[in-house]
Design a protein around this ligand. Structure first.
Ligand SMILES: Nc1ncnc2c1ncn2[C@@H]1O[C@H](COP(=O)(O)OP(=O)(O)OP(=O)(O)O)[C@@H](O)[C@H]1O
Length: 236
């Protein structure tokens, strides 16, 4: 196990987000977190990364080699693609950066600046940068949110490719069930606030053999939709 959150309580002013949340992340697994807006998905990532502290409970983190990819790319506008990627590890070799650039489909754009790239390319660059930092735990907060459907699928494939090489643990927050089905070794579905875990799905087959047409996904997809829509009916 690389990370454990144990009986976490977190409140912002009068908003009780977590009242007793426990979860664990194992080495080398991709855990996708799905849940209603405002249930505290980003808060979980911020707690894990140490950006915020829990009010109560314990967070046991076996690694402090953590990388964070946000919804927006957060590249430095005055640096090229190559130099943005290099930034997180000045000792990384040219070969390594070139390989990341190729894996993320950015070959030929090494010397371009962020404003010369499309949104999808900028986000691919920020993911390459995250992988250049050899993290043991990668936190991703809806990193493909601003992209269209085709690009999102494409990014999922790129991400799986990189993860297969590095085998770091990834916590991936998303609103897209299909994204979670393609990526997750586990999918955690969260409730409304105060937030608890409604269900954990274990998907026991390799990511590169998955397809959304796969019948094995249909049951899980329907169950997640059901869990999230029951919530809406309860709240209606
Ligand atoms: N710094 C803060 N101060 C006050 N309230 C906050 C703060 N950060 C988050 N919140 C509130 O805590 C709740 C959980 O926020 P969080 O961003 O973690 O949810 P989320 O599940 O990631 O939401 P979304 O899916 O909409 O991105 C929300 O109601 C949010 O408004």
């Amino acid at each position: 196990m690389i990370l454990q959150l144990e009986k976490i309580h977190k409140k912002y002013n009068d908003i009780q987000v977590f009242n007793n949340l426990s979860l664990e992340i194992k080495e080398s697994e991709i855990v996708c977190i799905i849940g209603p807006s405002g249930c505290g998905k980003s808060t979980i990532l911020n707690l894990i990364s140490g950006l915020i502290q829990p009010d109560q409970g314990e967070l046991m983190n076996k690694s402090n080699k953590i990388a964070y990819v946000f919804q927006e790319d957060r590249l430095l506008p005055w640096r090229t693609v190559y130099k943005n990627i290099k930034l997180v590890d000045q000792h990384s070799s040219k070969e390594k950066i070139d390989e990341l650039i190729t894996d993320m489909g950015l070959k030929g754009f090494e010397n371009k600046f962020p404003h010369q790239l499309s949104g999808g390319m900028r986000q691919r660059c920020s993911i390459a940068r995250a992988f250049n930092y050899q993290s043991e735990l990668l936190l991703m907060d809806e990193p493909f949110k601003s992209l269209d459907y085709d690009l999102r699928r494409n990014m999922v494939n790129h991400l799986v490719k990189l993860w297969k090489k590095t085998q770091n643990a990834i916590v991936f927050v998303t609103h897209e069930i299909d994204e979670a089905l393609l990526l997750g070794n586990r999918i955690i579905v969260l409730s409304d606030r105060p937030t608890s875990i409604l269900k954990v799905f274990e998907l026991g087959y390799p990511q590169d053999q998955r397809s959304l047409q796969d019948e094995r996904f249909a049951g899980v997809r329907n169950e997640i939709i059901d869990l999230l829509s029951k919530r809406k009916k309860r709240g209606a």
